[in-house]
Design a protein around this ligand. Structure first.
Ligand SMILES: Cc1cc(N2CCCCCC2)n2ncc(-c3ccc(F)cc3)c2n1
Length: 239
């Protein structure tokens, strides 16, 4: 009997190679970020049409603040430009926007636009477009551990009651329920690192790498990775 195909419900992407894309084109790095933003829309629509339930995209890590201040300022304005350009399409395609990260540390204009996007799309029931924005997985896990330690300190729970489920429920992906853990992570640009992205959630995820830079990653590339995933034998720690 043919192997049952894997169902790809949650896809995560580290969208790498935007600066290199621009350099190859003889353009400034920010041109790569802008074209990368346009590709977010293309791949979001493709993922939605492929029936993917959650698409998590690593947009800005807690470590990115160290980049040149002009580049950070440009990146902080990308959500404004993204929603200006694509909110009508997101609404038409019933996409629900979620942003996970330390949003209270963002510039107020960025904070306001991401909060407004989540509110405007809150009742949409299609693909969940989950941006990781000022997000860091080790900080996310540390925060959950601290919350649980406080429960033990105050006598609300005993340390014996601490469980993996208790930690998962205190991560920023808790609201995705059974879809909280990515089935597949794709990283573009040829780099093969996790870079402090969803470390807990990726425990049993399939990993795939594209040599293409993010702006060049197409719907057809995505479809090939999805078919490859469907045909993989997932082990979940077993043989
Ligand atoms: C920082 C950053 C960088 C960014 N790039 C384009 C994609 C490749 C990664 C680097 C540059 N994109 N693309 C879309 C967003 C975004 C983020 C949050 C949101 F609510 C709406 C849109 C974005 N944010």
């Amino acid at each position: 009997m043919a192997d049952k195909k894997n169902q790809l419900n949650h896809l995560a992407i580290i969208m790498d190679g935007n600066g290199r894309w621009a350099t190859k084109q003889g353009k400034p790095r920010i041109a790569g970020h802008y074209e990368g933003m346009n590709n977010v829309e293309r791949i979001t629509l493709a993922a939605n049409q492929l029936g993917i339930k959650v698409l998590s995209l690593y947009a800005f890590s807690t470590e990115n603040w160290g980049r040149p201040k002009e580049e950070v300022a440009y990146l902080m304005n990308l959500p404004v430009r993204f929603f200006d350009k694509f909110m009508p399409t997101l609404m038409k395609e019933n996409v629900k926007v979620n942003i996970m990260g330390y949003l209270n540390e963002l510039p107020s204009k960025t904070y306001d636009v991401v909060q407004r996007a989540m509110a405007e799309t809150a009742n949409n029931s299609g693909l969940i477009l989950n941006f990781a924005f000022n997000y860091g997985s080790r900080r996310e896990i540390t925060t959950a551990v601290k919350e649980i330690a406080t429960l033990v300190e105050t006598g609300s729970i005993t340390s014996d009651e601490i469980s993996e489920k208790m930690i998962s429920q205190r991560l920023m992906t808790a609201s995705f329920g059974k879809y909280s853990d990515p089935d597949l992570l794709i990283r573009t640009s040829g780099e093969q690192r996790i870079s402090n992205f969803m470390l807990w959630q990726l425990a049993y995820s399939e990993l795939a790498f594209s040599k293409k830079n993010w702006p060049d990653f197409t719907r057809e590339d995505l479809e090939k990775f999805v078919i490859d995933f469907q045909n993989r034998h997932r082990r979940f720690g077993k043989v």
